[in-house]
Design a protein around this ligand. Structure first.
Ligand code: GUN
Length: 295
């Protein structure tokens, strides 16, 4: 089975749009998301444009703050202070990566945790670690769980999940979510010995390494659920009929070969990617509800 992330995201967005309508009717609150983009990174501009489009599509208020790449860290922090104390702003997202002269960890720490819809603030990672319901959980990991459940159903308990990657954005939080789902979780990474043998034990294999087609068919147990978080731009070689020299997107998993052995797999594009924005808006709605005066 190919797990259709686009379809799952469309369904989640439709549910969110209904919930936004209901919230507006019952409380007069319209959830709002402010995206801060510093500099001219081409990929970031595409991501931000998509986020804004989807935010508006579900009936939320979208604001964008664009700052030049010469913006100092102090100026960015001052901007965040203003947003933190503005009651009309429910969610704040600072698009990463930031220009090199700005320390991302300082910027993330300056966001009001209640508005941290990326779920990157230490307060939210701590809440996730403790299993607290109030946590704003990083978006891509939430998407991974929803997609795994598309194939496995709601009960993931007892499954052996192997996560390749230990980033704060994907690897660590997805491992914690899988643990919360009562999986047995192994976190593998670039220094892991016998990676292939460890992956072979996975009922659920999450690949978040950032290396094109890194996970091979021989690493995958028959019938496993494979969640591919990678987005890698490579030159098309023409072997699949695509024109030579054109860039194409591939995941961290050797899709064609692995899909012969696994039970289910997320494609790239059209898998985890579309779920990330849908989960961002889910977090924005959650943040808006929690900030409501009566909440
Ligand atoms: N850049 C790439 N992915 C993300 C993300 O999920 N959040 C933010 N803030 N920046 C990103």
């Amino acid at each position: 089975m190919i797990i259709d992330g686009k379809k799952a995201a469309t369904e989640l967005l439709a549910t969110l749009a209904n919930e936004v309508t209901a919230l507006k009717e019952s409380t007069d609150i319209t959830p709002s998301l402010t995206v801060v983009l510093v500099g001219e990174d081409a990929a970031s501009q595409v991501y931000v444009r998509n986020k804004i489009k989807q935010t508006v599509a579900v009936g939320m208020i979208s604001n964008e703050i664009r700052l030049p790449d010469t913006t100092s860290q102090a100026e960015l922090l001052a901007q965040l202070l203003t947003l933190n104390s503005d009651d009309s702003v429910h969610g704040i997202l600072v698009q990463l990566p930031l220009p090199k002269h700005i320390d991302e960890s300082v910027v993330i720490a300056a966001i009001n945790p209640e508005k941290d819809v990326d779920g990157f603030h230490a307060m939210n990672s701590g809440r996730l670690l403790n299993g607290e319901a109030g946590a704003l959980v990083p978006c891509t990991p939430q998407g991974c769980i929803i997609l795994a459940k598309q194939y496995l159903g709601d009960d993931l308990s007892g499954q052996h999940a192997v996560v390749i990657g230990r980033s704060n954005i994907v690897g660590k939080p997805v491992a914690l979510l899988l643990l919360q789902e009562n999986c047995t979780v192994t976190i593998a990474h670039s220094r892991t010995k016998n990676l292939a043998q460890i992956c072979q034990q996975a009922d659920i294999l999450v690949a978040a390494v950032g290396r094109a087609e890194f996970v091979k068919a021989s690493w995958v147990k028959k019938g496993a659920t494979v969640i591919d978080v990678g987005i890698n731009r490579i030159e098309a070689d023409g072997s699949d009929g695509k024109v030579n020299g054109k860039a194409k997107l591939v995941g961290d998993v050797d899709f064609n070969a692995v899909s012969e052995v696994c039970g289910a797999i997320t494609p790239v594009p059209g898998g985890v990617g579309p779920m990330t924005i849908a989960c961002l808006l889910k977090n924005t709605l959650k943040a808006a509800i929690r900030q409501a005066p009566s909440a």
